[in-house]
Design a protein around this ligand. Structure first.
Ligand SMILES: Nc1ncnc2c1ncn2[C@@H]1O[C@H](COP(=O)(O)OP(=O)(O)OP(=O)(O)O)[C@@H](O)[C@H]1O
Ligand SMILES: [Mg+2]
Length: 228
């Protein structure tokens, strides 16, 4: 049984009188330890697919199974709890809460769920891992795009997710930081968390073990090989 199974997922949107499938019968199986990359042109349906896989967007048709459970069979509130516990999500673009410091942004998913443990210590370790521990007390408006992105990555890992989903996580980053983030993701995958990313940079594909391409809503496997 896969960790995450997307079965024949379809999302239909209407634009004016015309309707179209932003995602068209897409199927994908994610196993623990997988590091999967999805590439594809702008508008091909990548974010729509990730959002459905993360429990954020109800599909028009098809099924999302997480650890064998049909997540859209749950109530919305239960989907949120479930996602917060099991899935780390790095959305496309800026997603930090502007009235909170970087440190608090990273800790928020922890406090949305009643948890025990040293969240401060863990948040600090994650900020060090992504190279911005010196910005812990800063507010998002005081950060560069790449620094905000790194804070969002630290936030996505605070609850030790079983699956990390990241939508173009390195799009604002220089080559060196991109390599650092990809190495971090690769290590996380090696520790058993599955990683599913959308990427524009072809260089980053080498870090994953599976690549898919998205073309006008259709998801197709590209290549399979051992991780770098
Ligand atoms: N809420 C919506 N209503 C109608 N159409 C939508 C909606 N959201 C997305 N779309 C359309 O669905 C298609 C897929 O969008 P999506 O955001 O998934 O693309 P993408 O592959 O992530 O693109 P990018 O690389 O630019 O982020 C696009 O044509 C987009 O305009
Ligand atoms: Mg997108």
């Amino acid at each position: 049984m896969g960790l995450l199974e997307l079965k024949e997922l379809t999302k239909e949107y209407k634009r004016g009188v015309r309707s179209f499938n932003a995602v068209n019968h897409a199927s994908l199986s994610v196993e623990p330890g997988d590091f999967i990359s999805i590439i594809g042109r702008s508008g091909s349906g990548k974010t729509t697919l990730l959002n459905m896989g993360a429990g954020l967007l109800r599909p028009t048709a098809g099924t999302v199974l997480f650890e064998g459970r049909n997540i859209y069979g749950l109530r919305d509130k239960d989907i949120s709890f479930f996602r917060n516990e099991k899935i780390g999500y790095v959305p496309q673009g800026q997603s930090l809460l502007s009235n909170f410091t970087v440190f608090d942004n990273v800790c928020i998913p922890w406090f949305l769920w009643k948890r025990e443990g040293d969240v401060e210590g863990r948040a600090f370790i994650l900020l060090e891992k992504v190279g911005i521990s010196h910005l812990a007390a800063s507010y998002p408006r005081e950060l560069s795009g790449g620094e905000m992105r790194r804070a969002a990555i630290a936030r996505s890992l605070i609850n030790e997710p079983r699956l990390l989903i990241a939508d173009e996580p390195t799009s604002d980053l220089d080559a060196e930081t991109t390599a650092e983030i990809m190495t971090l993701f690769s290590r996380i995958a090696g520790e058993g968390t599955a990683v599913l990313i959308v990427t524009h940079e072809l260089d980053t594909l080498a870090y994953g073990n599976k690549t898919y391409s998205m073309d006008a809503g259709n998801l197709l496997p590209v290549i399979e090989r051992g991780r770098l």
